[in-house]
Ligand binder design. Sequence first.
Ligand SMILES: Cc1cc2nc3c(=O)[nH]c(=O)nc-3n(C[C@H](O)[C@H](O)[C@H](O)COP(=O)(O)O)c2cc1C
Ligand code: SF4
Length: 346
Amino acid sequence: MTTVAYCAAEADGRIHENMMYMHEGIRPELEHFIRILHATGTKVSGQLGHAGGFTKNREFEGKRPLGPSKGINALGLAYGLPRIDAMTTRQIGERVEIFGRAATFMKSVGFDAIEIHFGHGYGISQFISPKTNKRTDEYGGPLVNRMRFGLEVLDAVRKSVGDDYPLLGKISMTDGVAGGVTYEDSIEIAAMLESGGLDVIVCSGGTSSMNPMLLFRGDSLVPGLIKHEKNVLMKLGIKLSAPLMFRSYPYEETYFLEHAQRIRDRVQCGVCYVGGVCTGDSIRRVMRGGFDFIQLGRALIFDPDFPKHAQARPGYKNGCSHCNQCATLIEAPGGIYCVERPDNFA
Ligand SMILES: Cc1cc2nc3c(=O)[nH]c(=O)nc-3n(C[C@H](O)[C@H](O)[C@H](O)COP(=O)(O)O)c2cc1C
Ligand code: SF4
């Protein structure tokens, strides 16, 4: 199954204006796209998310980006979106409904599954994380309250798509910053999501907003981000924030396995492993741990036939160097490609 990311629940849920959001205007293109993918024999999942207060969307229509609590939106500083407003209870309810409607739309255009984004510092994880959620009402404080918005979204999405439709959810097992979600917390987060009706938990980590290198283990994203950034203020911001935000995490195979295993051991629902699977041996090690699925990122960008190659050749090693150049191309006009294999993307 391939995952189409990032399907924003609403226009103001986009991180930047070039992202798609779920609305009737894109139905023909999305249906066509999914039909082409289906013709290859794959199933197609859509990653449904909301940026919350982490946005630099030049087409932002609301008064200010909305998060759980008031704050500074560092990503939006150079884009006229410097501040985050705390959602009112009514606005939380509206966002829940918006997620539900987006899910109905996604099912209707042909997605075979939906992966709700509960992690990586985006809207729902801003509620889950005590670092960004300072609320004192029923949506803030103890974990059970910080999970309320995410569980309401899950419930709305489930009601929209029905009991038989596959629902996955990606979580950050840790924010990787002091005062944020910890690996311990994530075991309970996973259990709550299972009780809420999620079929599969995807065990990721880190956040795009506070600690992206925890997720993108390997070479620093900073040189590439500076190179591709057009906004001069933003370039400066990346340089200034680099020592704090882009900490060094050398690449190692299956770098989240130990922590993901604790979630595997805690829940009965499906569990998907993600993070640093680049060899046939790693695939086998993860599957031996009882995981149901593996999500692949850079290994597939380097070699889209990686699983076939790993199956056919014992000892197969994917050649991705984890230079992370592809990850710095996320917003580049030409799209993402492997800089070591540009011909594959010509
Ligand atoms: C170019 C690129 C784009 C990505 N975009 C997303 C995304 O939209 N949503 C998401 O949850 N993760 C995204 N990721 C993170 C991957 O899902 C995955 O967690 C990460 O790359 C680590 O797995 P890997 O070692 O298999 O690459 C992206 C990764 C890369 C390299
Ligand atoms: S650009 Fe290619 S080699 Fe570098 S991390 Fe991405 S897939 Fe791997």
